[in-house]
Design a protein around this ligand. Structure first.
Ligand SMILES: [Zn+2]
Length: 81
């Protein structure tokens, strides 16, 4: 499931193919160091904590592999350690 490590806003973050028990927010365009992306914030369905985001769309060809995947920074990662 975990395919790659990233540096997220709060340190190391991980890219997942799918996550459970989350609520997805509305899509919005966000400029990132790797180019423009359309992303949705994702929240824990139990406590509402922001967990990371989902990539709806990547505009740079080199970033297309992220589409439909999720970045998790904290919280759920703690549960599985
Ligand atoms: Zn929670």
């Amino acid at each position: 499931m975990m395919s790659r490590a990233f540096n997220g806003q709060h340190g190391r973050a991980y890219l997942f193919d799918g996550v459970v028990n989350v609520i997805e927010g509305e899509p919005n365009d966000r400029p990132m160091t790797t180019g423009k992306h359309t992303v949705r914030d994702i929240y824990c369905c139990r406590c509402g904590t922001t967990l990371g985001w989902k990539y709806d769309k990547a505009y740079e060809a080199s970033q297309k592999y992220k589409e439909g995947k999720y970045i998790l920074e904290r919280h759920l990662l703690v549960d599985v350690q």
